[in-house]
Design a binder for this molecule. Structure first.
Ligand code: FPP
Ligand code: MG
Length: 634
């Protein structure tokens, strides 16, 4: 098809504005979408900026735009459908929670739904592309889809490491530029706008500029992107902005990255200012090309101006928040605050005392560890306890946002120490440095930090699965951590270490039901309570009522004990397989903890007004039984 096959309806009106163009584009796409849907093809909702169809439209000379027929709109819809498919799949790959300000399909409905819906859009897009009946577009379209996928694969392969500027250019040209290239070929088929390679080139340059803006916005949490800030950075994606910041490798803390973007280390301009200048320069170059090919048409310019303005606004808004200087930002202050708090924890000697003061059951078992191992355990305990206290024992007036910021800061410092950076906080440098050098997976500290964060929200668990995500995070992960710390990494053994954590945490929850309720918390799964005809309010009532615990409550507690016992049973063969110097104290701790169940039973299952505690004699007997059980193999 070419311009001569169209009904020519020349109009010499005032130039069309971008918003008018968007409305025309939406209406045109809608028409062909209705037809495709009737044929049983899934078509995405035509929301948002529809950038690619708008670019296709902008490449059509103004005098011909009013006479575009359904073939053009089919082609434009095909491009939009591929884009939507790629986002659905991209969000699966990225594990992204949000897009366009709403939950992603993968977060809401799972991988299968997002995957198949993406496939559906993608296959439908080929039908729509063929319906355009423009051979040069169809070829450009096919090539664009292939290169989008290739760009994404190249990006995935290079994730986590620095990427040379040329490689970055090639990646974004592929994953984001090529579809704009196909859109430009579609619009260009109706015009004399250069020859085919020119059109592809203009489109690709447009798309790559769009991606550069998108990448810059990732480092400006104040930008309204509808996506979580620093998502790309967290995923290890290297971008042109990091080069401007003079960053050498990924792994800097997030506050530090934002600081770098706005800090003019070698005098002005700052990397943020240079980034804006670079975007403006690229915009100028594209506009010059378009102007030389199609003088007087301003729609492409308007599209580009919108993107550059988004970048300018993001940078301005970020500066306005005052969150651009690590030493003055809220995040920076949170880092200072946790540094001060952690400073009071001192060094290894103090951690041993801290362990001795707090962990009564564990302290009892830990005596059996060789001195060097005991000292490492004490360090790990101090780390876990401190992390927990960050949200559990707030000072007066600490609101949850401040606590979350502190926890974020602690996580960043923990990660830095784990990466071998000296944070100056002995607890981190020693405990996480020790973890890293002994092959402990970051998965464990990460899970622990995540579990503690769960405590910041209103803790409520629906069922066992839900609760056990938590017990893994705060206890199973610690089991895995200690095991790897002592050089043991067999998957089966780690599974058993996790099981011990689950079991002990369930026991811990059972011991503290009353205490937790006093703080408004209930860890027992709601559906389990419901199965016993109980709810949280009933438990609060039981706390103040006289007399023995009713049968349904006892049964509930027995159910939880049973679940914990299953975990202990799974753990025992692992305890048996451990070398004696390690297995013996673990056996004692496991039995001493499990023994708390007997205490709760002795208290008539009253864990609402009484706290079960095992006497020294009981502990000794449990210890002996644990040691025996270990020798017998669990
Ligand atoms: C968004 O980039 C993602 C892309 C531009 C391309 C994604 C391509 C695939 C997942 C390959 C599969 C392709 C098809 C056609 C089904 P980004 O992650 O930088 O942007 P974001 O921050 O918006 O996620
Ligand atoms: Mg993404």
């Amino acid at each position: 098809m070419n311009a001569t096959s169209l009904r020519t309806a020349p109009r010499v009106d005032a130039p069309e504005s971008l918003s008018e163009a968007l409305e025309t584009v939406r209406a045109g796409l809608h028409r062909v979408a209705v037809r495709l849907r009737r044929e049983g093809i899934a078509v995405p909702r035509l929301e948002g900026k529809l950038l690619r169809p708008v670019v296709a439209y902008a490449m059509v000379p103004p005098t011909l735009r009013s006479s575009l027929d359904d073939r053009f709109w089919s082609g434009a819809l095909a491009v939009q459908m591929v884009h939507e498919a790629s986002l659905l799949h991209d969000d699966i790959l990225d594990g992204a929670p949000e897009r366009r300000g709403a939950q992603t399909v993968v977060a809401q409905e799972g991988v299968e739904t997002a995957l198949v819906l993406g496939d559906h859009y993608l296959t439908g897009a080929y039908r729509a592309a063929a319906a355009a009946e423009i051979p040069e577009f169809l070829l450009a379209f096919i090539r664009a889809v292939e290169r989008t996928v290739a760009g994404e694969i190249a990006q995935g392969r290079s994730a986590g490491a620095r990427v040379a500027p040329d490689t970055y250019d090639a990646i974004i040209r592929g994953k984001s530029g090529e579809l704009f290239g196909a859109a430009a070929v579609l619009g260009g088929a109706f015009s004399s706008l250069g020859d085919l390679p020119d059109r592809v080139e203009i489109g690709c340059r447009l798309g790559a500029l769009y991606q550069r803006v998108d990448d810059l916005l990732d480092y400006c949490p104040a930008a309204k992107t509808g996506k979580p800030p620093l998502q790309d950075y967290r995923q290890g994606k290297w971008t042109w902005v990091l080069d401007l910041m003079g960053v050498e490798e990924l792994g800097l803390q997030e506050v530090e990255i934002i600081d770098r973007l706005f800090r003019a280390a070698q005098g002005p301009p700052s990397p943020a200012e240079r980034a804006l200048e670079c975007l403006r320069e690229r915009r100028r170059a594209i506009v010059d090309t378009v102007r030389s090919l199609a003088p007087g048409d301003t729609l492409v310019e308007e599209v580009l101006d919108g993107w550059v303005s988004a970048a300018v606004d993001a940078v301005r808004d970020q500066v306005d928040t005052g969150e651009t200087d690590a030493s003055r930002s809220r995040a920076g202050r949170a880092v200072d605050e946790v540094r001060r708090m952690a400073g009071s924890l001192g060094g290894p000697g103090e951690w041993r005392d801290y362990f001795g003061r707090h962990a009564r059951t564990f302290r009892f078992a830990a005596r059996l560890f060789p001195a060097e191992a005991a000292s490492r355990i004490a360090g790990l305990y101090a780390y876990c306890r401190f992390t927990d206290d960050l949200v559990d024992e707030p000072g007066d007036g600490d609101d949850p946002i401040v606590l979350a910021e502190r926890l974020d800061a602690w996580r960043q410092l923990s990660r830095a120490a784990f990466e071998g950076e000296a944070t100056g906080i002995p607890l981190l440098d020693v405990v996480l440095g020790d973890a890293r050098t002994n092959g402990v997976s970051w998965r464990y500290p990460d899970a622990l930090l995540e579990g503690v964060r769960m405590d910041l929200d209103d803790v409520r668990f629906a069922d066992w699965d839900d609760l056990e995500r938590y017990t893994f995070a705060v206890a199973g992960a610690v089991g895995g951590w200690v095991t790897q710390l002592f050089g043991l990494s067999e998957p089966e053994l780690l599974e058993r270490a996790h099981a011990l954590g689950h079991g002990m945490q369930l026991t811990n929850i059972l011991r503290d039901v009353g205490e937790d309720l006093d703080r408004g918390r209930l860890y027992l799964p709601t559906l389990l309570l419901h199965r016993h005809g109980l709810n949280k309010r009933d438990l609060v009532r039981l706390q103040v009522s006289e007399g023995p615990m009713p049968g349904e409550y006892r049964e509930l507690i027995e159910d939880v004990m049973h679940r914990a016992d299953e975990h202990y049973r799974k753990a025992w063969p692992g305890i048996h397989a451990l070398p004696a110097w390690y297995g013996r104290p673990v056996a004692v701790a496991a039995r001493a903890y499990q023994g708390i169940h007997d205490e709760i039973r002795r208290n008539g299952h009253d864990n609402l007004t009484r706290r079960a505690s095992t006497s020294f004699a009981a502990k000794m007997s449990l210890a002996a039984s644990g040691l025996l059980q270990r020798r017998r193999g669990g």
